[in-house]
Design a protein around this ligand. Structure first.
Ligand code: NAP
Length: 321
């Protein structure tokens, strides 16, 4: 990789979408670089177990991420461990600027930067992050061995993470703001069957308190009666959804009111040659398999786009020759 190198395709983000795009781009013989600032795999790498990747009944998120990465690299995909600071559309080429100030250019750019855990914004959440407040059970669960933790949320993530935590901890509370979960039935059933998990329905968190050892209790409020109480707990795990990581989406690209990027069926944005995939893209559901499908779609569409751009450039060449 050098400053003056022109790529066919630059992929920003190495989650399941980006890695699949890399695989398809290499198989389509596109000169491609994938840029990821963290560990390849994204959110998938943080999943304890993945049970809905077709053809594989059970695999850890870390192992599946490794397989995605190795598969793409086996076709020669270049993976750059760098932070991207901007994606800038251009007429001839689109540009991607890195944190080390290197400027890369390409005919096509695929952005798959995913989302970040949503914050509750209650007192104590920010102050005690890393001291008992966490957004990742696989990363931090170990620190709560034989302790009591409280999970917030009622979606698939909250269920999966509560189940994971129940294997390590003494007791898991799930505080959910209404009287029904939105998680898939299979996960709800597993949560119900786990005797270490206790659900606190119609309950919101109002504050997180800590002593010198870290989090020690939470303030809770019943959303029906308004009753307030304090509950001792050693940890708080918050899983209330994701916000799209849209900071790199260039100005002028259409997004919906929630900040997800609107694309066509090729995953192409309203700027030709800029594609958005995975959890950052407006869509019905967010799954590994859907991000992977986005990645393959975008890479195939990008291959066509690159071909047209190169053919157009070749037609324009004779004048200067
Ligand atoms: P989600 O489905 O959006 O669920 C968020 C949960 O947090 C909801 O129960 C919501 O309550 C609650 N919530 C939101 N804001 C809150 C607030 N301010 N205070 C209290 N509670 C709040 O998010 P997710 O569970 O992270 O899942 C995201 C996507 O990934 C979903 O499409 C999910 O299906 C998918 N996913 C799939 C799997 C799998 O298939 N194995 C695993 C993980 C995630 P309400 O229900 O009242 O709105």
């Amino acid at each position: 990789m050098s400053e003056n190198e022109i790529y066919d395709l630059i992929i920003v983000g190495g989650g399941p979408g980006g890695l699949t795009a890399g695989l398809y781009a290499m198989r389509a013989a596109l000169k491609t670089v994938l840029i990821e600032k963290g560990v390849p795999g994204g959110q998938m790498a943080l999943s304890d177990e993945v049970e809905n990747w077709p053809g594989t009944e059970r695999i850890t998120g870390a192992e599946l991420s490794m397989k995605f990465t190795r598969h793409a690299q086996s076709y020669g995909l270049e993976i750059l461990s760098q932070e991207v600071v901007s994606v800038d559309p251009g007429l001839e080429y689109h540009s991607v600027r890195l944190a080390n100030d290197t400027l890369l250019k390409a005919h096509g750019v695929i952005v798959g930067t995913g989302g970040s855990p949503r914050k509750l914004n209650v007192p104590g959440e920010e102050a005690y992050y890393g001291k008992g407040v966490s957004y990742c059970a696989v990363c931090d669960g170990f620190f709560f061995k034989n302790k009591t933790v409280l999970v917030v949320g009622g979606g698939d993530t909250a269920m999966e993470e509560a189940l994971y935590l129940s294997k390590l901890t003494k007791h898991v509370y799930i505080a959910h703001r209404r009287d029904a979960f939105r998680a898939s039935m299979i996960l709800q059933e597993r949560v119900k069957a786990e005797c270490k998990i206790e659900v606190l329905w119609n309950t919101v968190l109002t504050a997180i308190e800590a002593d010198e050892d870290g989090v020690c209790s939470v303030g809770l409020q019943d959303t029906v009666t308004g009753e307030k109480r304090n509950l001792p707990t050693d940890g708080v795990f918050i899983f209330i959804g994701f916000d799209p990581n849209n900071q790199l989406v260039p100005a002028g690209i259409k997004m919906n009111a929630d900040g997800y990027v609107i694309t066509d069926e090729k995953c192409e944005t309203n700027i030709s040659g800029i594609f958005v995939i995975g959890d950052l893209r407006e869509k019905y559901a967010r799954q590994i398999v859907i991000s992977a499908a986005d990645g393959s779609t975008a890479a195939l569409a990008a291959a066509y786009h690159v071909e047209i751009r190169k053919a157009a450039a070749a037609c324009a060449l004779p004048e200067g020759l």
